[in-house]
Design a protein around this ligand. Sequence first.
Ligand code: ARG
Length: 466
Amino acid sequence: MTSQFSKKGEAWSARFSEPVSDLVKRYTASVFFDKRLALFDIEGSLAHADMLAAQGIIGAQDLADIQRGMTQIRGEIERGEFDWQLDLEDVHLNIEARLTSLIGDAGKRLHTGRSRNDQVATDIRLWLRSEIDQIGALLGNLRRALLDLAAQHSATILPGFTHLQVAQPVTFGHHLLAYVEMFSRDAERMVDLRRRVNRLPLGAAALAGTSYPIDRERVAKTLGFDEVCSNSLDAVSDRDFAIEFCAAAALVMTHVSRFSEELVLWMSPRVGFIDLADRFCTGSSIMPQKKNPDVPELARGKTGRVNGHLIALLTLMKGQPLAYNKDNQEDKEPLFDTVDTVVDTLRIFADMVPGISVRAEAMRNAALQGFSTATDLADYLVKKGLPFRDAHEAVAHAVRICSDRGIDLADLSLAELQAFSPLVTDDVFGFLTLEGSVASRNHIGGTAPAQVERAIAAARAKLPPQ
Ligand code: ARG
């Protein structure tokens, strides 16, 4: 391949007296992972060339040649025909060398007024911006799936837990809505951090800006950036936007992981609240009875690697002096893997949630055990005039007796209940039922079926268009 680069192949080899060893070449090269940025690299180059021509820094014919060459290169990449070369180190030099081999001198003029430092920062931002938009849509799909399931179970009762001990009855729809809240906040975070991703580094050149009469605003507009990065040293070295994204991604995975933990628990035969569709589970090679919830378990496990990538990027940045350092080449693999993990996980969960079958009877039976309406009995006595602390004491006493006898509060007779407090009358049984308990929590954010329905409608209104 002919190239603008010296016969040794490197863009800078006139400065060096010996070639780098193969090991060093492999160690320093990034092309085998950063080629993923190729189409964004071309987009950025075209915007840069357009600006150079508009400012009279290159000629109209150069621009036309660059556009023609880049169109061909884009096609080669899309068809998988592009010949990526390790010797050319990274995506930027590979594309530039190919351009020059196709169009000659105009290709050599493309790099006027820019550096790979501002180029790579631009490419990552363009790429990440599109991934953020995809993740926003996927978070919407997962919320939609959870809302559809919640709508079927606005009145299905299961025990709510604190300390993994039965606490109070809740509706399953309400429980699912807790996750909808988490994933809505995740989507908000993506929208918010996108603003800081969507700023243009190009024009910072290597670190100090450039002496050519460039028009950064024009490039920003062409590429759809909201603003330009306002300090050249910061522009080439800032990776806050990537770290921020990884932090938000780690929270997405944390929420998925909490949900996964519940799915695994609920699917345990000892609990039996749900079943997952077979296509999300696997069997055991030795125990024929097994159906294992592999997908939620793996998602819980993959949360570890995403958390790890966040720490990797924070650690990558912490000791770097201004401005660009080669350390930053190490930002890509953690970032790429974070995106891939989050995207696959969200896709698979949106697909899995509609396949959750709910065993409402098992949920209800579990709520009937463990004195989940004890608080309702205490509240009943308070409404009859007893101070709350005294009511708490009276009900604790009743729970202890029931526990010894292996029965529930609702199994006590009226006379037995009256022994704990003379304020009890025969209307008490309406308060000891699971349905009465959940229906009474009828306020914004409460578990009553009527509130769940309202909350579902409100959450649907916040979904992105499908
Ligand atoms: N491959 C490099 C990276 O990913 C591009 C920037 C290289 N700049 C440099 N001065 N060596 O960061």
